[in-house]
Design a protein around this ligand. Structure first.
Ligand SMILES: [Zn+2]
Length: 65
């Protein structure tokens, strides 16, 4: 099987949180939609590489490893 990747942070997807790796990324995705970050549905969400450092900080905050 091909390991799916989280569209938010590119980590391995966890079945419980499909298609994301965690509830946090799911929330981030929803928040991005609500925030108008995605203007066109059904397109690839922005990868972390496409986000500014400021956006990443807002989205991810401090790493909770
Ligand atoms: Zn993720």
């Amino acid at each position: 099987m091909i390991q799916a990747r989280c569209p938010i942070c590119d980590a391995a997807v966890v079945a419980e949180h499909k298609p994301f790796c965690s509830k946090r990324c799911k929330t981030i995705d929803l928040g991005s939609w609500l925030d108008g970050a995605y203007t066109i549905p059904a397109v690839e969400p922005p990868s972390p590489e496409e986000l500014s450092p400021e956006e990443l900080e807002v989205l991810f905050g401090k790493a909770e490893a």
